[in-house]
Design a binder for this molecule. Structure first.
Ligand SMILES: [Zn+2]
Length: 257
């Protein structure tokens, strides 16, 4: 199991709408995630001895260096999540590369070498994989075409696949602009995650769980996450690992696409 945390603080809201920069109420959700939820997530992971991978936008790293330093101090991996939270498919190749480089420069002082990349919203462009190889990345985590890691056929890059079902956002995201989506209960989400996790485990695959501090960090959901991870942790047949370790293992196993 890969427990992945998309840090997504202010950059998420600024990408949704640049006018959010002048909306302290909207941005308070980001602050809750960074300052309140992340320390609690670190406690949960520590109590269960679970290593995690945090994907972080460069802009959020500049905004919250002390939070990310504590993530690193707890032994978790930091991966690249854009500089802003804008999708690469909306950018020219030059703009995408400049975001990638700025992000690396912002993360490196805190995280050291950055090995993994996950785009905002798992939405990559036709240039993304080329750029990741050119900038020395070891793995990417954006695709929904498998339930186990694989090596991209034309790129020296391991893919750690994802899926919306194992993400917190599709179940809990509430859009105050349109009000056209309701939130699910934590119990329902635990059911979805458990069904999917058990079936992937039975198939010998990789469960990539994706959570966002400002979403999963609400008290009732955090309780659910703790109970869910406690149950998975109790199975000695599950290997919990950071993205880089999974990529290394996939390379050793040379799993073809
Ligand atoms: Zn994100």
């Amino acid at each position: 199991m890969a427990v992945t945390v998309d840090f997504d603080a202010e950059e998420l809201w600024l990408a949704e709408d640049p006018a959010n920069a002048a909306r302290p109420g909207v941005l308070s959700q980001a602050r809750y995630g960074a300052r309140t939820a992340v320390p609690q997530l670190l406690e949960v992971f520590e109590s269960l001895d679970i290593p995690a991978t945090f994907f972080v936008c460069g802009g959020d790293a500049v905004r919250h260096p002390e939070i990310l330093e504590s993530v690193v101090a707890h032994g978790h991996e930091i991966g690249h999540h854009g500089y802003t939270h804008r999708s690469p498919h909306l950018m020219s190749r030059e703009e995408e590369e400049s975001e990638l480089v700025r992000g690396i420069e912002a993360l490196r002082p805190i995280a050291g070498e950055v090995h993994g990349y996950r785009s905002p919203s798992w939405d990559i462009s036709a240039n993304t994989l080329d750029l990741l190889v050119a900038h020395g990345f070891s793995y990417a985590s954006n695709m929904m075409d498998a339930v186990r890691p694989y090596t991209h056929p034309e790129h020296e890059l391991v893919e750690i696949p994802v899926h919306w079902s194992l993400d917190d956002a599709p179940h809990f995201w509430f859009d105050a602009t349109s009000w056209n989506k309701t939130m699910r209960s934590a119990r329902e989400v635990a059911e979805v995650w458990t069904e999917e996790t058990e079936a992937i485990h039975a198939a010998g695959g990789l469960v990539t769980l994706t959570v966002h501090p400002q979403i999963i960090g609400r008290p009732g959901r955090l309780r659910m996450l703790t109970e869910f991870l406690t149950r998975v942790r109790a199975d000695s047949g599950v290997w919990f690992a950071r993205g880089r370790e999974i990529a290394d293992a996939a390379r050793r196993a040379a799993v073809p696409a």
